[in-house]
Structure formats: C-alpha cells, structure tokens
Design a protein around this ligand. Sequence first.
Ligand SMILES: Nc1ncnc2c1ncn2[C@@H]1O[C@H](COP(=O)(O)OP(=O)(O)O)[C@@H](O)[C@H]1O
Ligand SMILES: [Mg+2]
Length: 212
Amino acid sequence: MRHIMVLNSKGGCGKSTIATNLASYYADQGKRVTLVDYDPQASSLDWLDRRPEGRAAIMGLNGAKDGLTHLARNSEIVIEDAPARSHGAELTALVRRAETLIVPVMPSAIDMQASTRFLEELVSVGKVKRKKVKIAVIANRVRESTIIFEQLDEYLEDLNVPYIATFREAQNYIRAYIRGLGIFELPEYLAWPDWEQWDPLIEWLQSRRSRP
Ligand SMILES: Nc1ncnc2c1ncn2[C@@H]1O[C@H](COP(=O)(O)OP(=O)(O)O)[C@@H](O)[C@H]1O
Ligand SMILES: [Mg+2]
C-alpha cells in the first residue's frame, strides 16, 4: 500500500487540488485508490461527492473524524489531503503512515515565508530526520514570467528538499474540480499543457527516489 500525503500548514496552496488530481490519476490507471480527507473543510470529499458515475472509482475516508480506521486493506494507493495548520504532535501523528510527502507552495511572499517555517518544522519531525519518509516541493498556481514566480523558483531551488514540478495557474483545475474530475479526465486539447507539467511528479512518485 502506497501512502502519499499532500500537506502544507498554509491554506489555499493547492493541497486538495493536488490530492484529488493524484487520486483520479491513479484511479484511471486501474489502481484501487483511497482518498483520505483530514481537513474539516472536506474539500476532497466534496469533490468525490461530485464525481460522475461511470468514472474510475475512488474510495473516500473522513480522516478528520476517523483517521485511517476504515481504510480498506486492499487499497493500493492512499492519497491523504492534510489539514491546514498542522503543527507539533499533530504533525508528527499525521505523517506517521506516509511514505511520501508533497508540499505545494504558491508564488506569494506570505506563502513562501509560511512554507519556510513549515518545512523547518517538518524536517525536524523524527520520521523525516530518519529518512523514513521522502519530501518534495511543488510550485503551484504559477504565472510564468512574473517576478514573484522567479522568486518562488529561486526559493524552491535553494531549499534542501527536491523541487519536482511547477503547475501553472489554470482554469482547468477549477473546471475539473467542480465536476468531480481530475485534469487528466478533461479533453486533451484543453488539458495537455497541464498533463505535461504533471509528468515530472508522476515520474518521481513512480521512482525509488520518492520512497524511504
Ligand atoms: N494550479 C491551479 N490553478 C488554478 N487554481 C488553482 C490551482 N491550484 C489550486 N487552485 C485553486 O485555489 C484554491 C485553493 O486550492 P485548494 O486545493 O483548495 O488549496 P488547499 O487545499 O491547500 O487549501 C481553490 O479554489 C483551487 O481551485
Ligand atoms: Mg484543502
């Protein structure tokens, strides 16, 4: 069972967007996917409620309420959407089952500052220190050729954490989300630029580099 968690203590950086897209990507690949929503706002479960019948099935769990107690043993991929504001003991407990952590960061001064603090805290968690979990950062909601993206790009390059992918700001994410779909389930002529941007993340997740 593969556990992938999307987290950052900052709200609005794209955790639920990335979690739901990963879930639908793996479901489309024929995997048995469980999507665990730890956020009391339950955006991922709302998305799952909207998922049209006939699309690749994804099992939803309310992690905020039940943790992983109802996790089906035959799940192949577990995608965990972490809550905002996870710190301290809660953060340690949260990453307990994860093998791979994906931290999205938005191009904004406030987000970069908050992420610096969050990543510092994250790398001090025992499990992370012992390299029992692998972390990557992703730039999300990026507008190319903006100064703030340049700054984010430099900031992420300089971190001591692999910088795996850059996702542009695109209506496709919103379009897909409101229909209970992932960007991989939108028509190719619309979504191909986003598919390309996901390649490095998918590749990293498939490689040994993303596993402890
Ligand atoms: N790459 C993107 N392009 C456009 N909108 C995005 C992108 N990523 C996230 N969003 C939007 O930004 C908002 C916050 O994203 P969300 O995934 O809910 O963040 P979080 O779960 O970290 O709070 C949502 O309205 C979402 O649709
Ligand atoms: Mg969310």
